[in-house]
Write a protein that binds this ligand. Structure first.
Ligand SMILES: [Zn+2]
Ligand SMILES: [Zn+2]
Length: 174
């Protein structure tokens, strides 16, 4: 967790700028934030900042290990300041909500690959995909409404991605 952001940058030998501080604060205040949302937060705090400057600042902070970048499949990159504890993530397929979950085994044992094949490993990533409680509840509510086609059983536990909305819309128009 970040206590004094300016101090943190100085200790790492990173030049302290208003933009970097604001970016760091945005990431600290909203775990798993996207670069776009960082831009919005920074703009609200210190005024205009280009998305490129946001990416530059995020890049410096990631390179220095002050924040961590997560890139889930099919989602924009997310950033968080909870670093160095090898925690994992739960991601909802329906609404995209991402939450932390502690490593299943311990502090950082997932980094120890059974066979590293000569790679110098610095990160192991575990993502649990599924649906968040809100989305499951929402689906159960709509499932309790009368269904006319009704041969299929409820699909709450299905782990496969659903077809894209665009594809479904197209079919409906035909
Ligand atoms: Zn959800
Ligand atoms: Zn996290």
């Amino acid at each position: 967790m970040i206590t004094d952001p300016a101090d943190l940058l100085r200790r790492r030998g990173i030049q302290v700028t208003a933009q970097r501080l604001a970016v760091l604060r945005a990431v600290a205040s909203q775990p798993h934030i996207t670069a776009d949302a960082v831009g919005d937060a920074v703009r609200a705090e210190i005024g205009a900042i280009s998305l490129q400057s946001v990416y530059d600042a995020l890049g410096v902070l990631v390179a220095e290990g002050l924040i961590r970048r997560i890139q889930p499949a099919g989602s924009p990159a997310r950033f968080e300041d909870r670093v160095g504890d090898n925690h994992h993530h739960l991601i909802c397929r329906t609404c995209g909500r991402m939450v932390d979950v502690d490593c299943a085994i311990g502090s950082a044992p997932c980094l120890a690959a059974v066979d590293d094949r000569g790679y110098e490993i610095d990160e192991a990533e575990v993502v649990y995909w599924g649906r968040c409680p809100d989305c499951v509840a929402k689906c159960q509510r709509s499932a309790s409404a009368p269904v006319t086609t009704g041969t299929r059983s409820r699909s709450e536990t299905r782990a496969r991605p659903r077809p894209l909305d665009g594809a479904r819309v197209k079919r409906r128009n035909n």
